[in-house]
Write a protein that binds this ligand. Structure first.
Ligand SMILES: Cc1ncc(C[n+]2csc(CCOP(=O)(O)OP(=O)(O)O)c2C)c(N)n1
Ligand code: SF4
Length: 245
């Protein structure tokens, strides 16, 4: 029988521990497929965050190092510089990357570190129970903004791709989404391209993936996909923010 769908070699044969309908699982699969398709699994090292993806080392079938909250780009920098023949990726949520880790990501990008950042933006702190993140939308209700995020009281959401695109060390930045199969296919291509640029030693690469958190958004998985499409896409415009080609 012809096999049309199977587990990527770069994923362990274990069930994910993510909530039902959470798109972290889809993103793991896309990263693993990119690694497999480039044949770099034996030379790839991941850096896991603090957040729901903290157990990424249980899911990826490659070496994975755990970093303190927000510090994945610094850890990846150290490993890449001491092992320049390896391919480094960080896997970070929006709390990890855009709150406590803001300085880390800005300076890693400015230095043009040869790493690939997988940035999962679900507009909330997932693991800790649904507090406001820097990416939480105006009006969005969270545990710490029960009446909706207010610009005056809580500030405005940060657009990470737009923030980093001006830095000269950046080779490639794209924002993609996970809310339907068409966008998942586009996301898959972007992730592969980011790793490809690292193989070609072009510079810093980052893919932002708009993602869901049904548990903390208080929605079903299907409602979450729709909410992402209707509320996140207008503010977080998809597209390539920088590509040195
Ligand atoms: C230094 C430090 N500060 C705070 C925390 C608590 N903490 C754990 S995960 C997290 C936020 C997770 O949100 P995000 O990065 O968006 O990832 P998600 O869980 O949504 O995937 C926070 C604040 C911590 N573990 N370490
Ligand atoms: S809390 Fe949210 S981000 Fe975390 S696994 Fe559950 S749905 Fe996913």
């Amino acid at each position: 029988m012809k096999v049309v769908f199977e587990r990527p070699e770069a994923l362990q044969n274990v069930p994910f521990t993510y909530c039902a309908g959470c798109t972290h699982g889809i993103i793991h699969r896309m990263v693993a497929e990119a690694i497999d398709s480039l044949g770099i699994r034996e030379k790839t090292i991941g850096v896991s965050p603090v957040g729901c993806a903290v157990f990424a080392y249980d899911f990826f079938n490659c070496d994975v190092v755990a970093a303190a909250h927000g510090r994945a780009p610094a850890v990846a920098t150290g490993i890449k510089r001491s092992h320049p023949d390896k391919y480094l990726f960080t896997y970070q949520g929006d709390g990890d990357l855009a709150a406590i880790g803001t300085a880390e990501i800005v300076h890693a990008a400015a230095r043009g570190e040869r790493i690939t950042v997988i940035f999962v933006n679900n507009a909330i702190y997932g693991m800790t129970g649904g507090q406001m993140a820097p990416t939480t939308l105006l009006g969005q209700k969270t545990d710490t903004t029960p009446y909706g995020r207010d610009a005056r009281a809580n500030g405005l959401p940060i657009r990470v791709c737009e923030l980093l695109q001006s830095l000269d060390g950046v080779a490639y930045i794209e924002r993609v989404s996970t809310h339907d199969p068409k966008h998942v296919l586009q996301a898959q291509k972007a992730i592969k391209k980011a790793f490809q640029y690292q193989v070609e030693d072009k510079g810093f690469t980052l893919i932002e993936l708009l993602s869901t958190c049904p548990s903390n958004w208080g929605m079903t998985p299907v409602e979450s996909l729709k909410w992402l499409e209707e509320n996140m896409l207008p503010y977080y415009k998809l597209g390539v923010y920088k590509d040195i080609g």
